[in-house]
Structures are given as structure tokens and as C-alpha cells.
Design a protein around this ligand. Structure first.
Ligand code: BGC
Length: 904
């Protein structure tokens, strides 16, 4: 039987499929390979990129390489605004060429200066000396500070018949949020665009293909404009709220039309636009929206509309802000959910339960008299008396209101986002029928890349809870929570969760964008800030485990996606960070410049981990990662320098915090976990230190005591040191603090605190008690890497080479799951029954793996054809565990043998 050649598919540029706007320096190409059979490998490739008129821009020639990801464009300079098509073909292990792939394409970002023609436009006067209430006060009082949403329009005549249009692109952004309209249609499906950046430095824009939306004669381009992160409420600083970057939103847009005869037409934002206020009386991310639907100027965005009475717009020349094509995915509505139940409360209000804590809003259909008003409040949980619990929202109002236009109508807010599972609806006329009330789930559109199932339903629920926490908080930037008056891009949270996030969803482009925010926020001193984007008044910086995200997140992306471009782009800012820390700590113990030092944030009980220990461990970790990063981007001298730095910090750490018997100062679980994970314990003391960690867990009556910083490493460290059953025991622990306690008490997203709600005390104090924070969900990475065993080989990046090392535990009889890597889908499944262990794995072409099966009798493990292992090895983390080793490539593989009897 002849095996067909490998075929490239799933082509991507800058981690996206056919991006409409890409920075020319980020054009890095990748593809997946398809082809049946086992052990399939790519031996070479050829990439062909052609420009606008079919002229070749780059022919890589035949490159002998197994690389199918992170191929940097190396052709002639890319034209700004240009469109390029590309294809690839590959040679497989038999040196047979594939067909050329189906074509993919990308369009290059506009020149930041000469590519733009419009001006910033807005409506009404810019609020001077805006002063929102200095005290939070009742949420409704804050709503007084909110202003109506401008409707902006420009009518123009298409220079040629619509059938002559060969391309039309709308480039659009806002200082604030926009919704673009063309001839009565909404342009694209992004919401909360253009997303959050440090608007003073960098503004992202979106590019839409609107070729099909133009018509003969008069056309109307329009936009709605809202405050969003730019001039609306964000964060908890009431004095600055509502005016972080500016005091009124502005729009910038240009429509570029190309006709078949090679001529073009351009329509840009300028003084020719007209505006007025309409149905949306206010719109704010935290506070919510109010619509008076009878005031909607019907047909305002279509030809023939009489715009008499519309006002001149405010017009301002473009300034030095950088306009960049958004490198990240847009926020979109990704799902609609019907209520599980709708109850009437004693006051006659409807309370809808969606069964899931989610980010988004409600879409409501009503049939009521003109002006009839309906109010929707959103909350994550219900109080004991069944009413909506909103105390934990602090000053975030999370309330939408609308006045009916008369007759049947559907209401849906556009520029707000609520974190909720329950909605309380006041004034709904009659009883809602099926489909009248729907929750729209909105977040950065990062497609799922991981899955996990197992024999314990509660653990499958934990997996879903972790993923929903991610969906709830990846809203243009990785935020801490989607409901209260905060919603900030905390670096610590992002760093702790980054690995889990990458397994759950394709977040390469999302984090690529956010790392620009991190770099923009960095202080001149080199300190990475605690929050990015950084609202101008907040310059908190340098906190251990928060600032360190500036090194850890790029490295994590490199390991997961193989992208060296990200490392190159941020190498200078990472270096500045390393210099900043070293300047403050010349004796290699990080005791100074600790900023706000959140330490092991929200560790249950007393957080006794010494801040200098935690800080120094992270610094050592940074140095080790920097050495790897420098090596990966061809900077061997710097790599050696960071190795030397790592050695000095390691020695200082061991001297200050590790005693001769392997104990680590303070004895907290987090202290052990950090020291072991970051390899700060001398080799000969590792086993002793691991035993001390177990002892610390036993002292806590077999509970964890880790906060944000220790939590993600806890189970990986236990498994890596031979204590997998203890890891399972902590995972399954029913009494708090534990993950299972959350699940048993109804969590559908991960709580901020281990004691967010307790049977003894009810809710934790509302000043800081979110039910949707992802950090404690960092345990997700253990499910993929250890339970399923889908782990990249430590020396590799981008999943070209794996260590398939499942860690079964008696608590589960089976587990199965998958991860869609940059090279294609990887899946594993195992089963434990009657003393035997069966393991199956499937790998895509061009991926190899060392399969490691733990067994009491590794010599008896067999693959499906009865072959014995290629090797038998001692598990590197603990004496007494032995593994059967098999070498595999692409295809489906199965193994079985005696299961391991637990040694600990
Ligand atoms: C946020 C956290 C954040 C922390 C800093 C909190 O208010 O919600 O998630 O990391 O502050 O310690």
C-alpha cells in the first residue's frame, strides 16, 4: 500500500488565519501537516509568497528543514497596506513533494503615518475638569456622570457602479469603543473594538473587508461611539474613574475602495461628518447601558435618510499616537445561552439563572407600550434569601435599562460587559416566552484548543470551570475579574495562569497583543508594572511574581507556540527588567525594589512565606529563562551571562533559605514549591526537601495552603518528585481550602479566594470577593501535562518533540483529552483496571515523542504489536518509580502493562 505524501493545511500568519492587518515584522508563517500512517516527518519545505499583481515577493526555495512553524518571512520588503497570497509545499520522509497547499493570504498593516488620511472626530464638547463623585456612593449615583452615545454618519456617492468595486477595506478605530455601520449593516462582528491599549501611546485598529456592502449611488458610512476603557469607568480608583485617558470618545476611520480600472476612492473621518445623540443614553463598561428605544433615529445609517438637524462633528488632527493593526483576536459573542430557570420574586421581578457564570449581557425581547421601562441587574450569585447578591461588585453598577419603543422590540446593549450567572429583570411586561431572554457570551475570540474528561464528573466540571474562568477574563487583555470595579490586566494573575491558558485555548495572538501593552507600561527604570495596560495614574511596579510576568509570559508563549519573534521583540524590555532587579539587589538576594509585594497573594491563613524568598526564587527563575531565551534567539553571550547570574542567585538563595537537611525557610508549602520548581535546592537535598513539602501538607491536615503564587506549581512539583497520589489527594480534597470545595458549592468559574463562600460564614467580605478570577485555576496545567501526560520535551519549543508521560492515580479509572498544538492535534487516553494500565496516544505528522509509562514491571509493558519497551528508566524525580520507554512518531499508539503500585 502506498502512503500518500504529507499535505500542508491550516496555514497561519502571525498565529492567525488570513489576517487583514499584520505588522510586517510579525509575518511568521506556520502550517500543520496531514497524512495517514505512522512516523511521518517533514524533511523540507518551499514557501511562495506573491504580491498584489501576482509578482513573487518571496520564494524560499527548497529548504531542508523539519520546521513547519515560526518561519519568518524573508522576501522583498512588504508593501504597506499590500495584500499577499502564500502557499507552501513540503517534502516528506520519502523525499516526495506534496501538492501546493490551498492559498492563504495576509494584508500588511498601513504605514502609521502616510497610510492614514482622516482626523479624529467626536460629538459635543470635551468635558473639561470632569469630576465624578469622589466617594463611590450607591451605584446609581455614579450613572449621573455618564453621557449619551454619539451617532456619526457620512454620506458619499460611490464614484463608479458597485459592480466595479474589486476591493473595499474599512480601517477603523476609536479612542473609546466603536460600532461601525455601512448602508444599514453592522460592519464585522467584533464587539468592544478596538480593545484596550495604552491609548496615549498605541491605538489598535481593525480592518474589515466591506467589498460586498457598497451599493450604487449614495452610500452611508456610520459609527456609534462609546467611552469604553478610554473615558469610561475602569478599575477601582473612583477619583480617576471615567477619565483615565481622555474625557470623551473619538473616532478615526477610512474606507479605501479599489475599482476594476485601477482607480480608487477614499472616505475618511473629517469635518464633513455629521452627528447626533440617539437611543443610547449612556453606555459604560462597568456601569451598564440605558436605551430609550423610541429615540432611535431609524434608518440613520442608510441612503436617503434626512439628516437635517444633525450637527457638525468635533474634528482634531491626528497626533503622535501609534496606529497599529490589532495583533490580537477581537472580542466577539461566541455563544448564546438560554436561562435554566426564570423565577418571580416577592416583588414581582423575574430572576433568570443561566447556570453558568459568564461574561456578557442579555438580549431581551419585549412587547410593551411606548416608554415602558425594563431594568436588568446582573450578579454572580444569589444571597441566602434568593435575591441578587451585588455587594461584591463594589461600585460597578452592572445594570442595563431600556424604555420600550412601543410594540415588539429586542433590546441588547453594545458597549458594556457584565460578569453574571443571574439576572434580575424589573418591569418585564407579562411573562417571557422561550427565546425572549438570552445571555450573550462575549470575550476575546480564542478558539478552544484543549479538552479533558475523566471518570470523576466533579473533575470534568473543574476543567470546565477553569476554562469558563478564562473566557470570563480574556476580554481584550487578561483581566483579574469581569464583574466588580476592577477588571485590570494584573501581570501576576496572567503569569500564573499563562500555561493553563495556552492549553485551554489558542491564545498566541491574544498574548502577543498584550505583551505590547506590558512593554508600553514598563517604567523608565526598567520595572515592569503590576498592571498592563497601565491606567496613567497607576505606576505600581516591580512586585515579585507580578513584574516577572514580563519574562515568564514571553517564554511560555515560546515554549507553547515556538514563536521566537515574540522573544526578539521583547528582549530589550526583558533585559531592562533584569538590570533593574540586579541594580537594586547587588548581593543577589532580592530584598529591595519589591514594589507592592503581594507575596503569595490570598494564601489561606497567614501568608508566612518570606517575601524575599519568593522574590529571589522568581529572580532566579527569570535568569534561567533569560538564558534559554537568549539562546533561542541566537545570543549565546547573553545566554552565558544569564547562566552566571542564575548561578549567583541560586547560591545566594541556598545560602539564605535552604538548610543543610533540605529544609526551606518558613516551611510554607509555597516556599518548598518555589524552591523545588525553580531548582533552587541542591540536587542531593531535593528528596529531603520534597519530603518536607509533604510534611507541610500533612501538618495542614492534607490541605493546600498556597495562594496565587504557589498554587500553579503545587501539583506539578508533587508529581515531578514522585508524589502523584498526594497531588490527586489534594485535588480531590473535599474540605476547604480546595478546588473541590468550590465545585461542591456550585462554582462554575474559579473563585478569587479559597473561602469566597463557606458553610460557616457565608460570603467572604464583599470588598474583595469575586467568583470569577482565574488564578487558582492554574491547576489546569497539571491536568494536561501530568494527568494526560501531554508535555513538551524540556529542550523543545512548539511541541515538535514531546514527553508523553501520563501520571495515573487510583482516584481515576480513566482520563482522556487533547491539545491542538501549533503542529496539529495531540490526544491521549488511559485506563486503569484490574492492576493493568492502558495508554493510547495520537500524534500529528512531524512530531515525535518519548512515551514514558510508569509501571511496577516496566519490562512487561507492550505496545499494540507486542513489542517490548526500547528502554527502562528510573523516573528522574524520585527513586523507586520506573518507566517503560517507547519512541514514537505520528499516528496512533497503544500500550499496556502492569500498573504502578504507588511508592509513597
Ligand atoms: C486583584 C488581583 C491582583 C491583586 C494584586 C487584586 O485586587 O483582583 O487578582 O493580582 O489585586 O495583588
Amino acid at each position: 500500500m502506498t502512503v500518500p505524501p504529507l499535505q500542508p493545511a491550516g496555514l497561519r500568519c502571525a498565529h492567525r488565519v488570513n489576517p487583514l492587518g499584520v505588522d510586517p515584522d510579525r509575518v511568521r508563517l506556520s502550517w500543520e501537516l496531514q497524512g495517514a500512517g505512522t512516523g511521518r516527518l517533514q524533511r523540507g519545505y518551499q514557501v511562495l509568497v506573491t504580491g498584489e499583481r501576482g509578482g513573487p515577493a518571496w520564494d524560499s526555495g527548497v529548504v531542508e528543514s523539519s520546521s513547519s512553524i515560526d518561519i519568518a518571512y524573508a522576501g522583498s520588503p512588504l508593501a504597506r497596506g499590500g495584500r499577499y497570497e502564500w502557499q507552501v509545499r513540503v517534502w516528506d520522509e520519502r523525499q516526495a513533494p506534496s501538492e501546493w497547499s490551498s492559498p492563504a493570504w495576509f494584508e500588511v498593516e498601513l504605514d502609521p503615518a502616510s497610510g492614514w488620511h482622516g482626523s479624529w472626530i467626536g460629538l459635543g464638547r470635551i468635558r473639561e475638569n470632569f469630576s465624578p463623585p469622589s466617594e463611590p456612593g450607591p451605584p446609581d449615583a455614579v450613572a449621573k456622570a455618564l453621557t449619551p452615545v454619539p451617532y456619526l454618519r457620512r454620506s458619499f456617492v460611490l464614484g463608479q457602479p458597485a459592480r466595479s468595486v474589486v476591493s473595499a477595506r474599512l480601517y477603523v478605530t476609536a479612542l473609546g469603543l466603536y460600532e461601525a455601520r455601512l448602508n444599514g449593516s453592522r460592519v464585522g462582528d467584533a464587539v468592544l473594538a478596538p480593545g484596550w491599549t495604552d491609548y496615549a501611546q498605541r491605538v489598535a485598529y481593525q480592518t474589515y473587508d466591506v467589498t460586498g456592502l457598497l451599493r450604487d449611488g449614495e452610500n452611508v458610512l456610520g459609527a456609534l461611539l462609546a467611552d469604553g476603557w478610554y473615558s469610561g469607568f475602569v478599575g477601582f480608583d473612583a477619583k480617576r474613574a471615567g477619565a483615565h485617558y481622555g474625557t470623551a470618545p473619538e473616532l478615526l476611520a477610512q474606507l479605501v475602495i479599489g475599482f476594476a480600472d485601477g482607480t480608487g476612492q477614499r472616505v475618511a473621518t473629517d469635518s464633513g461628518w455629521r452627528g447626533r445623540f440617539g437611543a443610547i443614553r449612556h453606555a459604560d463598561l462597568l456601569m451598564g447601558e440605558r436605551h430609550d428605544l423610541a429615540r432611535e433615529p431609524g434608518g440613520w445609517d442608510t441612503a436617503g435618510f434626512d439628516a437635517a438637524g444633525w450637527r457638525d462633528v468635533r474634528c482634531r488632527e491626528r497626533d503622535a499616537r501609534r496606529l497599529v493593526a490589532d495583533p490580537g483576536p477581537p472580542v466577539r459573542v461566541t455563544q448564546e445561552i438560554s436561562p435554566q430557570s426564570i423565577e418571580r420574586d416577592a416583588e414581582g421581578r423575574h430572576v433568570a439563572d443561566f447556570g453558568q457564570n459568564l461574561p456578557g449581557w442579555l438580549k431581551i425581547s419585549v412587547d410593551g407600550p411606548t416608554g415602558h421601562s425594563v431594568r436588568v441587574r446582573h450578579g454572580e450569585v444569589l444571597a441566602e434569601d434568593g435575591s441578587l447578591y451585588t455587594a461584591n461588585l463594589r461600585t460597578a453598577r452592572q445594570t442595563d435599562e431600556f424604555a420600550a419603543p412601543g410594540g415588539a422590540a429586542t433590546f441588547e446593549p453594545r458597549f458594556t460587559l457584565h460578569g453574571f450567572r443571574f439576572a434580575e429583570i424589573t418591569g418585564y411586561p407579562g411573562e417571557p416566552g422561550p427565546g425572549d431572554i438570552t445571555a450573550c457570551v462575549a470575550h476575546s475570540d480564542t478558539p478552544a484548543s484543549g479538552s479533558f474528561e475523566c471518570s470523576e464528573p466533579w473533575l470534568s466540571q473543574l476543567f470546565s470551570t477553569i476554562d469558563w474562568g478564562q473566557r470570563g477574563n480574556f476580554i481584550s487583555v487578561p483581566t483579574d475579574c469581569p464583574q466588580r470595579d476592577e477588571r485590570l490586566g494584573w501581570l501576576g494573575d496572567a503569569q500564573i495562569f499563562a500555561r493553563t491558558a495556552c492549553y485551554n485555548r489558542d491564545v498566541a495572538a491574544f498574548f502577543d497583543k498584550w505583551l505590547d501593552d506590558v512593554a508600553d507600561a514598563q517604567l523608565d527604570s526598567g520595572a515592569f508594572t503590576d498592571i498592563a495596560p497601565r491606567p496613567p495614574a497607576l505606576d505600581w511596579a516591580g512586585a515579585p511574581a507580578w513584574g516577572d510576568a514580563g519574562v515568564i509570559v514571553p517564554w511560555t508563549l515560546y515554549k507553547m507556540y515556538g514563536d521566537r519573534g515574540i522573544l526578539q521583540r521583547h528582549f530589550a524590555s526583558m533585559t531592562a527588567w533584569m538590570e533593574y532587579v540586579e541594580r537594586g539587589n547587588p548581593d543577589y538576594l532580592r530584598t529591595r525594589e519589591l514594589g507592592n509585594s503581594y507575596n503569595d497573594w490570598l494564601a489561606p491563613g497567614d501568608d508566612d512565606t518570606p517575601p524575599e524568598l519568593l522574590a529571589t526564587a522568581y529572580w532566579a527563575h527569570d535568569a534561567a529563562l533569560m538564558a534559554e531565551i537568549a539562546e533561542a534567539i541566537g545570543r549565546p553571550d547573553e545566554a552565558r551571562g544569564y547562566e552566571a547570574l542564575r548561578a549567583k542567585i541560586g547560591a545566594a538563595f541556598a545560602g539564605a533559605f535552604v538548610s543543610a537537611d533540605g529544609r526551606v525557610a518558613s516551611g510554607t508549602q509555597t516556599a518548598y514549591v518555589l524552591a523545588l520548581h525553580m531548582e533552587l535546592i541542591p540536587c542531593e537535598l531535593r528528596e529531603a526537601a520534597a519530603r518536607e513539602l509533604v510534611e507541610a501538607i500533612r501538618r495542614a491536615d492534607w490541605h493546600l495552603t498556597t495562594g496565587f503564587v504557589g498554587v500553579g506549581y503545587l501539583l506539578p512539583v508533587l508529581s515531578s518528585n514522585g508524589y502523584t497520589s498526594l497531588a490527586y489527594r489534594l485535588l480531590g480534597q473535599r474540605s476547604r481550602p480546595s478546588w473541590r470545595y468550590m465545585i461542591d458549592h456550585g462554582a462554575t468559574t474559579i473563585w478569587e479566594r479559597w473561602d469566597g463562600w463557606t458553610s460557616e460564614h457565608g460570603f467572604a467580605p464583599p470588598t474583595m470577593n469575586s467568583f470569577n478570577h482565574y488564578s487558582l485555576g492554574a491547576v489546569g496545567e497539571w491536568l494536561y501535562r501530568f494527568v494526560l501526560g501531554i508535555e513538551p520535551d524540556p529542550g523543545s519549543a512548539g511541541f515538535g518533540r514531546l514527553l508523553l508521560r501520563p501520571h495515573p492515580g487510583e482516584q481515576l479509572s480513566w482520563a482522556a483529552g487533547a491539545y491542538h498544538s501549533v503542529r496539529g492535534p495531540i490526544s491521549t487516553r488511559w485506563q486503569l483496571s484490574g492492576g493493568s494500565f492502558e495508554f493510547a496516544a495520537e500524534l500529528p505528522p512531524n512530531v515525535t515523542a518519548s512515551v514514558r509509562i510508569p509501571s511496577s514491571e516496566p519490562g512487561e509493558v507492550r505496545d499494540v504489536r507486542g513489542h517490548p519497551p526500547a528502554d527502562i528508566a528510573d523516573f528522574p524525580g524520585a527513586s523507586g518509580i520506573r518507566e517503560a520507554v517507547f519512541e514514537v512518531g505520528s499516528g496512533t499508539h497503544q500500550f499496556s502493562g502492569p500498573s504502578m503500585t504507588d511508592v509513597h
